[in-house]
Design a protein around this ligand. Structure first.
Ligand code: B12
Length: 342
């Protein structure tokens, strides 16, 4: 269901913030001005993820966020007791301002999250465990987090010498290691610096592993790949670009955070056979849908097929369908299977 929460955003944030501070006068004393700023940012994030869940018609998207946020707060000894209260206040505000049918949808999503928090549910499994990780994936993770680039490269090279393709090594070793690294950050067991180090090492290792890859004969087909505006997660997109190259395609890789207007111009100029859009956070779902609408409206029959993918699409099969994309894949290997049957 497409419910536009944007017109209520500022009012909702102020209303929830004021109610929370009125109910808990100690908050102002304890956390000062910075606390208020963080509180407003949290409510804005609630709204972003809620919009994503409504757009994808999936309360699981918001339930997963609530469980994730509680774990981030708990692991940093920040009290999460106000989380349920702030979600309830947000629900009350939106129900008072939205038409009945829309407020019923919003309430259903927020109630599902609050119920999961009350039960202390575990995270919802994503669709991404499609292929088993290689036995060296945990060793790769340790090497990347500890800054041991030569060991990380050695593990990937060895795996390719043993017969794994570049995409197999990427998806079954680097990808699960990066997911585990995200989890370690979430649990406050590694720093942001260590996560950045591991990402930089993975980028470098993948670039060098590319030189060891086998390539199919050119197919004459061209893919243009971009992270939607505001998506900074470009490592998975790089894996896709390289996977398409190994399958004989030309890849035009635009990387992170591509503004929609510029994407449109590049698609128009390059005339790719396929546009690959990557989205990582539920807030990127609306950006992707807006971009696809604009591309189709402005390019008409010249608009290529558009596939979406990335973490934000891995919550369930209906998520990508609700975006009205032409295709989707869970990972680079899955994309290659589909390309082979095109
Ligand atoms: C590295 C990282 C970052 C780096 C990214 C750097 C870079 N150059 O990529 C930086 C520091 C920028 C970053 C920022 C943030 N991050 Co971050 N990040 C990660 C981390 C640890 C790894 C990402 C990654 O490389 N994954 C590995 C790749 C290979 O996997 P992938 O992206 O899913 O791609 C594969 C498939 O999805 C698919 N695919 C991808 N795109 C497409 C497209 C198509 C068309 C197809 C078919 C397939 C497809 O194929 C790929 C290859 O197989 C993840 C953890 C995770 N679970 O991914 C967190 C994670 C995604 N980040 C998270 C968060 C919260 C953030 C921030 C909000 C943090 C902050 N407070 O600032 C910001 C948001 C930035 C933004 N606006 O985008 C959370 C999201 C939680 C949630 N509930 O949504 C995660 C899950 C960490 C966690 N466990 O808490 N992050």
């Amino acid at each position: 269901m497409n419910i536009d929460l944007a017109p209520w955003r500022e009012m909702a944030v102020s209303a929830v913030e004021q109610s929370l501070y009125a109910h808990h006068p100690g908050l102002a004393e304890r956390f000062g001005g910075r606390g208020r700023k963080a509180c407003r940012e949290d409510i804005q994030h609630h709204l972003d993820y809620l919009s994503g869940a409504l757009l994808a018609d999936s309360s699981a998207v918001f339930v997963d966020y609530a469980i994730w946020l509680k774990s981030v707060l708990d692991n940093r000894s920040v009290p999460s007791s106000h989380l349920v209260e702030s979600l309830t206040l947000l629900d009350e505000f939106l129900c008072a301002h939205l038409p009945a049918a829309e407020s019923a949808q919003v309430s259903a999503v927020i109630s599902a999250a609050n119920a999961a928090l009350a039960r202390n549910d575990l995270p919802i499994p994503y669709l991404h465990a499609r292929v088993a990780e290689l036995p060296d994936a945990p060793h790769y993770r340790e090497a990347a987090v500890s800054g041991n680039q030569s060991r990380a490269l050695g593990l990937i090279s060895h795996s390719m010498q043993e017969g794994n393709t570049l995409s197999e090594a990427s998806v079954r070793m680097v990808q699960p290691a990066m997911y585990a690294i995200g989890r370690l950050w979430q649990e406050n067991r590694i720093t942001v610096a260590q996560e950045h180090l591991a990402t930089a090492i993975s980028q470098s290792v993948l670039a060098r592993a590319y030189l060891q890859a086998d390539f199919a004969a050119p197919t004459g087909q061209k893919a243009l790949l971009a992270c939607v505006a505001a998506n900074q997660h470009n490592l998975g997109l790089r894996m896709l670009a390289d996977a398409f190259e190994t399958a004989g395609w030309d890849s035009l890789y635009l990387g992170a955070d591509v503004p929609t207007a510029d994407l449109l111009r590049q698609v128009d100029a390059s005339s790719p056979d396929l546009l690959v859009l990557s989205l990582s956070l539920p807030g990127h779902l609306a950006v992707a849908r807006g971009a696809m609408e604009q591309l189709r409206a402005e390019l008409g029959s010249r608009c290529p097929q558009i596939w979406v993918g990335g973490l934000a699409t891995l919550m369930g099969n209906q998520v990508w369908r609700s975006l009205k994309a032409d295709g989707w894949a869970a990972d680079a290997l899955h994309a290659l299977e589909q390309v082979a049957t095109r």
